[in-house]
Design a protein around this ligand. Sequence first.
Ligand SMILES: [Zn+2]
Length: 351
Amino acid sequence: MSAQPCDLPARPEMLRAVLDRDGSCDGLFYFAVTTTGIFCRPSCPSRRPRPEHMEFYPTPGEALFAGFRPCARCRPLDPQTGAPDWARGLIERVEADPTRRVTDGDLRRDGIDPTAARRYFKREFGMTFQAYTRARRLGSAFAAIKAGGSLDDASLDHDWESPSGFREAFRKAVGAPPGAARSAECIRLAWIDTPLGPMAAGATEKALCLLEFTDRRMLEAQLDDLRRRFGLPLLPAESPLLADLRGQLAEYFASRRRQFDVPLTCPGTEFQMRVWAALQRIPYGETWSYAELARAVGRPTAVRAVGNANGLNRIAILIPCHRVIQADGGLGGYGGGLWRKLRLLETEGAA
Ligand SMILES: [Zn+2]
């Protein structure tokens, strides 16, 4: 089997999309051709192989690791087209007015299949499109109430069916009535497009607590862990800190930034926190072996435990766990996929 079926549309649906060169399925899956060893986006203009020579993968990373090369025509790794146009347009539409509801009917009128939207958001953002816009409206209402707005205004301004429906949705998401928002704190979640794919970022009022590539199967579990660990609701919302981070990441990927200037919070066991602090001492453009990292935390024999703590890092790139490689120069592991680790090290001139 090429991948877990739950990550992919049904096979007949994928075959249909590939034969139709259906661009609305770009980003939902990739097809690989066993006879040529190449993988493509569904919309690729290339000739189609026989169905029995096709394999399907949910992400480019998985196709690469199954041994396929990216197609030179549709360039499935090309950073400019990381998110398909329709999904990018949809995200822009929500961000242009986060207070508005977007129904399945609205999607269809825009030529977007609601099932495709649901599946794409579920995979990239860990929630369906409808759950995303609902949560985004709640996050925006949360901010409005916190800034001193009235509950009824918040419910009306955010396109809720009724004030009682709003109160109920709010209570369910936040675990407290809307009035509590005035004093309450939440973790704001935002998605940041990068040349290596979208990342989920989470921040409290004061510090960044999550930065992770979103096609990780672990993302949903990680969001749950975050909710429990901080005892705070997660709501899609923007904040000045997240805007700073977005700008700094863009500079980093353009090789114009070597250090980040965003406050971090990463609670863990005492040992984990020592490992994460040590990671931040590895200079840009350099790599350490797991043994060097173990020595740096004063536990030279605990190479395996150090590796585990490295893998549990919640703040990718800023806590540079990608700078730890094997003593023989092998890449070792990376939760975001080895191809990303390699590209990060290339960006830093360390590969
Ligand atoms: Zn192609």
